[in-house]
Design a protein around this ligand. Structure first.
Ligand code: SAM
Length: 282
């Protein structure tokens, strides 16, 4: 199918939550000298031009990254993300929004490496040209779920997987859960972030219930919801289920989420949620 193009949504509130949390996860891996491995199963284009016809169609970035760009009270937990956006836009005007791979690439040290999977030919080409000549980066024109089977556990034994599907398929939640269980069996100490859109509470509660039953021992759910539920099942919010969240990440998110919710709110209904689905920091 592959009709989804992330350029339409680049830098929206869901991207800000995803990329803010991703930055914190990436930073948590920098504490040790030993190299880490990063797998981006659904990598997109890596970088998005907010002046492109895609981004200008609905201008979703205006209620997302553009609000972070102008905020003068960005909390400590979001400063690296803000710095990455600033480094991409050195002229002082917001033109580009980083994709997930761009964010981790910013943090990458010589001993670290990343693998980026993408199925859409245009997005694969974009990734190849952005990361051309980068020894630490491998771009695969490949199914991200297959790559999880093929590449995990990595030789490094420490690292992070972002699984960020487009949710074009009706059974994407089932596919994601299946992949999560298999990946956890192969690599029980890896950090995983599973992104999902919130369209109706029922589907999200189902996802959480299934994660709770999965046998994964440490699971943290992070959410930002902007609008009340509608009959059309449009995206009203966004969430990430984190497997093996780093120590004290939940505390950092407790500080970040209220600020993010207030800064990105598009109406009075905006809310945030942080919930351990399994395990907890003690
Ligand atoms: N992770 C990106 C970011 O944060 O910048 C955004 C990714 S976008 C939400 C999802 C991407 O997955 C799309 O570019 C789509 O072409 C790609 N895709 C869809 N099915 C895929 C699959 N089975 N394996 C890999 N990529 C896939």
């Amino acid at each position: 199918m592959l009709s989804y193009r992330h350029g339409f949504h680049a830098g929206n509130f869901a991207d800000v939550l995803k990329h803010g949390v991703l930055t914190l996860l990436g930073e948590s891996l920098l504490g040790k000298e030993k190299g880490f491995f990063y797998l981006d199963t659904h990598a997109g284009a890596g970088l998005y031009d907010l002046a492109s016809p895609f981004a200008r169609k609905n201008r979703e970035y205006q209620s997302g990254v553009a609000r972070i760009w102008v905020a003068n009270d960005v909390p400590e937990e979001l400063r690296t993300y803000r710095d990455i956006v600033r480094a991409l836009n050195p002229d002082g005007a917001l033109r580009y929004s980083p994709g997930s791979s761009w964010i981790i690439h910013y943090l990458l040290r010589p001993q670290d490496r990343m693998v980026l999977c993408e199925l859409h030919p245009t997005e694969v080409e974009a990734l190849r040209s952005r990361f051309a000549g980068q020894r630490r980066v491998t771009v695969r024109h490949d199914d991200g779920y297959q790559a999880m089977k093929a590449l995990l556990p990595p030789a490094e034994r420490r690292g992070l997987v972002l699984c960020d599907p487009a949710f074009e398929l009706r059974d994407e939640r089932e596919r994601l859960l299946e992949a999560a269980q298999l990946a956890y069996r192969r690599w029980p100490t890896g950090i995983f972030a599973y992104w999902h859109p919130i369209q109706e509470r029922r589907a999200t509660d189902w996802l959480y219930r299934r994660f709770r039953q999965s046998g994964i021992e440490r699971l943290l759910a992070v959410e930002l919801t902007m609008f009340p539920e509608t009959a059309e099942r449009r995206m009203i919010g966004t969430g990430l289920v984190l497997v093996n969240p780093p120590w004290r990440l939940a505390d950092r998110l407790t500080r970040l989420l209220p600020w993010l919710c207030d800064t990105l709110r598009q109406g009075p209904e905006a809310t945030w949620r942080l919930e351990w689905l399994a395990g907890a920091d003690d």
